[in-house]
Design a protein around this ligand. Structure first.
Ligand SMILES: Cc1ncc(C[n+]2csc(CCOP(=O)(O)OP(=O)(O)O)c2C)c(N)n1
Ligand code: SF4
Length: 351
């Protein structure tokens, strides 16, 4: 994976958290994503959230699949544990790591293609098993890395940058997470840091399966026909001295709106997203009501953002399996082979 290391030097007067770390200590290498990609804003929100939570970087394990979104763990928390898995397989690798070492804080980062297509089964089972993690989907409605095909979250009737109409119904991962039993479910927008940072903080602290669907615009939607900066135009007018991809830089999209409000946010491709921020009085403790509210707003063409559901008494997979308190990777041979007397006792209990 390509990456550029950031210089280590920083101003000695930079603010530090109680652990003595600056915000820079939670950064990663320089991003190689397109300028203006929403995924970079999510990386910045993750850095801010972990810095503010004052978590030791070595206690965090960040796992991802394949895609532009799944590349981002290189761009944050450079001092944490990291694992890029195969396309769509992040949840099972994360589950295995979590089973072996329950003492780490698990952050799964994925794309809508990674999670809603090839990884849909893996996503579903991680949610229903209550794996203790924060799972963030950086949802841009396309396969960004493989150049803009529809993903399974693309809305029915929406058009690709080439004008092709999507005839398939879109998968709503938030509704799925709610139905599957996730115990912390939220949605946000990459450009709404004021909403996203606290959502990430609470998700990281939640015990159980926490899921955030984060809408994250892909600037490559602008790569339309007729543009003199499109891939096709450049290839056609290139004298074959080399092969170019043109990444059109755009400013990241930011929004700032109050709880209870709905805002219209223009996207890079000219389409408009209608975001509805949950009211402060919204009751996030009722799973069935959350689903109903989500679907009612969806029918009005609005995308609900905020914390939709939380079970404050949630338990995780370790509780369900009644694993020992000590992380399994720290158990010694003596712990694992307790001897024939202990085995006889277990066998007697099963008769
Ligand atoms: C098994 C397998 N199938 C297909 C691919 C090709 N592939 C790489 S990334 C990707 C889609 C990524 O889309 P998404 O998860 O939405 O991430 P984005 O790039 O949009 O952030 C695909 C299909 C692959 N790497 N491995
Ligand atoms: S192709 Fe889209 S998703 Fe990938 S880095 Fe560029 S803007 Fe981001």
């Amino acid at each position: 994976m390509t990456y550029i290391t950031k210089p280590q030097l920083h101003h000695p007067a930079l603010a530090k958290n109680s652990l003595g770390y600056t915000r820079r200590d939670y950064e990663g290498s320089v991003s190689t994503l397109c300028a203006g990609c929403g995924h970079d804003s999510i990386s910045a929100a993750i850095i801010q959230a972990v810095y503010e939570l004052e978590l030791p970087p070595h206690r965090i394990a960040k796992l991802s699949g394949i895609g532009c979104s799944s590349k981002t763990p290189d761009y944050f928390l450079g001092n944490s544990h990291g694992f890029n898995t195969v396309h769509g397989r992040m949840p099972s690798v994360l589950t295995g790591a979590n089973m072996a070492n329950k003492d780490l804080i698990y952050l799964g980062v994925s794309g809508d293609g990674d999670s809603a297509s090839i990884g849909l089964g893996q996503f579903a089972h991680a949610m229903r098993r209550g794996v203790n993690m924060l799972y963030i989907v950086e949802n841009n409605g396309v396969y960004g890395l493989t150049k803009g095909q529809f993903s399974a979250t693309s809305d029915k009737g929406s058009k690709s940058k080439k004008g092709v109409v999507n005839h398939d119904a879109g998968i709503d991962l938030v509704s799925m997470a709610l139905q599957l039993g996730a115990t912390y479910v939220g949605r946000s927008f990459s450009g709404d840091k004021a909403q996203l940072v606290p959502l990430i903080k609470a998700g990281l602290m939640h015990r159980g399966a926490a899921f955030i669907d984060c809408i994250s615009p892909c600037v490559q939607f602008n790569n339309h026909q007729g543009s003199t900066k499109s891939y096709d135009y450049v290839r056609e007018h290139n004298e074959a001295v080399n092969r170019l991809d043109v990444m059109t830089p755009r400013a990241p999209i930011n929004v700032d709106y109050q709880p209870g409000q709905t805002v219209q946010v223009a996207q890079h491709d000219g389409s408009v997203l209608s975001l509805h921020k949950l009211d402060e009085l919204y009751d996030a403790s009722n799973r069935a009501a959350a689903l109903g509210f989500l679907q009612a707003k969806q029918a009005q063409g609005e995308v609900v953002t905020g914390l939709l559901y939380i079970d404050p008494d949630a338990e995780d997979l370790h509780a369900a399996l009644d694993t020992v308190d000590r992380p399994l990777n720290e158990l010694t041979t003596a712990d694992l082979v307790p001897g024939s007397a202990a085995l006889a006792k277990i066998n007697a209990a099963l008769r």
